[in-house]
Design a protein around this ligand. Structure first.
Ligand code: 5SP
Length: 224
């Protein structure tokens, strides 16, 4: 298994001082910036677009930015995010008319590509695209809002996807997003995840480093 990555979701950051807050969480030990893009159409909330991604790059953020597109359609916005400095772009299969084309578009734009599965989205969308994926993201809440509780059936789904990845021989990250906390991160890692999105668990606490350190110490029990 590759090193675990902690990716704070900036959905729970302070948008009035986003650059500073992202710097703070990276200085606290986070690996990746998770950037949630919502369109009030595919999901019932509205957030941020490529200009904000570009603003973070202009502010000096050099860490990978993991752009999670909760938008429909997806293709038109992919090149804009690539130009704005996205490192990884993921989208939901239900939001794309042509899965393979959207994945190729992300790759041609120079970013890593991933598919996102809602709690009830079946895994068959993986059938013919494993060779094009850098990331599989399992939502452990229904997308749209931070601060929801982890849906326990995600653990079984993680085990299934971990097996699919291992059997495929491809180098694919298994990311999980929603309700990830210090007290469940070890169980989630044991089920196969290696990249952990956490919003409220980190940003709603005054000491980001303390939370990230606690998460890493929980994860250490799995690594060893
Ligand atoms: O994409 C989403 C929600 O749609 C997530 O990234 C949330 O922002 C995670 O928040 P927490 O559950 O960790 O508070």
């Amino acid at each position: 298994m590759r090193p675990f990555l902690i990716a704070p979701s900036i959905l729970s950051a302070d948008f009035a001082r986003l650059g500073e807050d992202v710097d703070a969480v990276l200085n606290a030990g986070a690996d990746v910036v998770h950037f949630d893009v919502m369109d009030n159409h595919y999901v019932p909330n509205l957030t941020i677009g490529p200009m904000v991604c570009q603003a973070l790059r202009d502010y000096g953020v050099t860490a990978d930015i993991d752009v999670h597109l909760m938008v429909k359609p997806v293709d038109r916005i992919i090149p804009d995010f690539a130009k704005a400095g996205a490192s990884i772009i993921t989208f939901h299969p239900e939001a794309s008319e042509h899965l393979d084309r959207s994945l190729q578009l992300i790759k041609e734009s120079g970013c890593k590509a991933g598919l996102v599965f809602n709690p009830a989205t079946p895994l068959h969308y993986l059938d013919h695209v494993m060779d094009k994926l850098d990331v599989i993201l399992l939502m452990s809440v229904n997308p749209g809002f931070g601060g929801q509780s982890f849906i326990p059936s995600t653990l079984d789904k993680l085990r299934q996807v971990r097996k699919l990845i291992d059997d495929s021989g491809y180098d694919i990250r298994l990311e999980v997003d929603g309700g990830v906390k210090v007290d469940n991160i070890a169980e989630i890692a044991a089920a196969g995840a290696d990249m952990f999105v956490a919003g409220s668990a980190i940003f709603n606490k005054p000491d980001y480093k303390a939370v990230i350190d606690e998460m890493r110490s929980e994860l250490a029990s799995i690594e060893s």
